[in-house]
Design a protein around this ligand. Structure first.
Ligand SMILES: Cc1ncc(COP(=O)(O)O)c(C=O)c1O
Length: 408
């Protein structure tokens, strides 16, 4: 691996190898992570990075486009086929830029938009004040019902009727349940608003047919090709044909310049890979593992937000264990289990402390783990939680973590 770099820049080589070893020796359970197929690594490191290209197939600004046009057309066709979409733009460099492109295509600065609260599962680009979205557009947030911890659809509808937004955004970074896209689509229509679903976290599950698809209900669907899609590090947008022209114009020249062709090729492979039976089988196991891990953690005294999960992630309330998210995140990290501290709905703690952690099963399922390994992981997490100041015990757990990670 990286033989040329090893000779020319040993300092950088050593850093990459150190990270490789960290990934091999730990249990990677951050919900947005996955292990990508080797083809993705090859394509993202390929000669395609040499070429500069702007525009779209048949409408280019640089010569030497003939081969690249074939590749972009292939990626677009695959994205459309995989998700049953009328139009796809696969150029956005990230999930955040995919959202920015949709906003740029239909909104003007200060237009009214609604999005899910950041501290209740939404993403920064859904209207946070520290993000471009909250600075440029007039966002109003909707949230979760305090009792059920599910999206409060009635409140959403009431707020939409009062606020009359031009766009309603849904989708989440830390929401363990299905979202009723049809219902929100209906609310959007009733107030004459556009409807965007950001399916970044669940796109792989949607592709595998084990999570409801937002495509029939939304005007626009954005996503990353990472997370559950387990592919290239980038973004894409799907939309109805009537928005195709304005979306493409918003992506280029509106928001971005030249295409990242090495990543575009990796996206084309990501979509093909997600059509295979092997991928569908893996995604089914991702959800089985997540549900199973949740049950085991509940049995050990942790509280799951919403009582369980429908997808690849768990949001765990640590208050019954007398711990904060920062406490457990740090302790788990010290033994090689990587999760992230996360706000729970109506969290009394500050964002840097939190009362919860978010755990995802995508990466370890791709490595081959099943329910039996989830039992072991639940035991290890519980041991750490119950012995958070016991250095000797944490050392023992670290050895168990390494052996479990290396066996898979
Ligand atoms: C729901 C959602 N949308 C968008 C993004 C942004 O993706 P990126 O990190 O590629 O900008 C994320 C990433 O965490 C996300 O969870």
């Amino acid at each position: 691996m990286l033989e040329t770099l090893k000779n020319s820049d040993s300092k950088l080589y050593d850093i990459v190898i150190e990270e490789y070893n960290r990934q091999q020796n730990s249990l990677e359970m951050i919900a947005s992570e996955s292990f990508v197929p080797r083809e993705i690594l090859e394509l993202q490191g390929s000669i395609l990075t040499n070429k500069t290209m702007e525009g779209f197939p048949g409408r280019r600004y640089h010569s030497g486009y003939e081969v690249i046009d074939k590749m972009e057309t292939l990626a677009i066709e695959r994205a459309k086929e995989l998700f049953g979409a009328q139009h796809a733009n696969i150029q956005p460099h990230s999930g955040s830029q995919a959202n920015q492109c949709v906003y740029a295509s239909i909104l003007n600065p200060q237009n009214k938009v609604m999005g899910l609260r950041l501290d209740q599962g939404g993403h920064l680009t859904h209207g946070s004040k520290v993000n471009f979205s909250g600075k440029i557009y007039n966002f109003m947030s909707y949230g979760l019902n305090k009792e059920t911890e599910l999206i409060d659809y009635e409140e959403l509808e009431k707020l939409a009727k009062e606020f009359m937004p031009k766009l309603i955004v849904t989708g989440a970074s830390s929401y363990p349940r299905f979202i009723d896209y049809e219902r929100i689509g209906y609310i959007a229509k009733s107030v004459n608003a556009y409807f965007l679903v950001d399916m970044a976290h669940v796109a792989g599950l949607v592709a595998a047919g084990i999570h409801p698809s937002p495509v029939p209900h939304a005007d626009f669907v954005t996503s990353t090709t990472t997370k559950t899609l387990a592919g290239a590090r980038g973004g894409f947008v799907l939309c109805k044909e009537e928005f195709a022209k304005s979306l493409d114009k918003a992506v280029f020249p509106g928001v971005q310049g030249s295409c990242h062709l090495h990543t575009m090729a990796a996206k084309a492979f990501t979509f093909k890979n997600a059509m295979t039976n092997e991928f569908k089988k893996t995604m089914k196991q991702v959800v089985k593992n997540s549900k199973h891990l949740g049950k085991q953690l509940s049995n050990k005294g942790f509280r799951l937000v919403t009582g369980g999960t429908d997808n690849h992630l768990l949001l765990v309330d640590l208050r019954p264990k007398g711990l904060t998210g920062a406490d457990l995140d740090n302790a788990l990290s010290s033994v090689g289990i990587t999760v992230n501290k996360n706000m729970i709905p109506y969290d009394p703690q500050k964002p840097m402390i939190t009362s919860g952690i978010r755990i995802g099963t995508t990466a370890m399922t791709i490595k081959g783990m099943k329910e039996a390994q989830m039992d072991q992981i639940a035991d290890l997490i519980n041991k750490v939680a119950d012995n958070i100041n016991n250095k000797e015990m944490l050392e023992q757990v670290k050895i168990q973590v390494q052996s479990l990670a290396m066996d898979n």
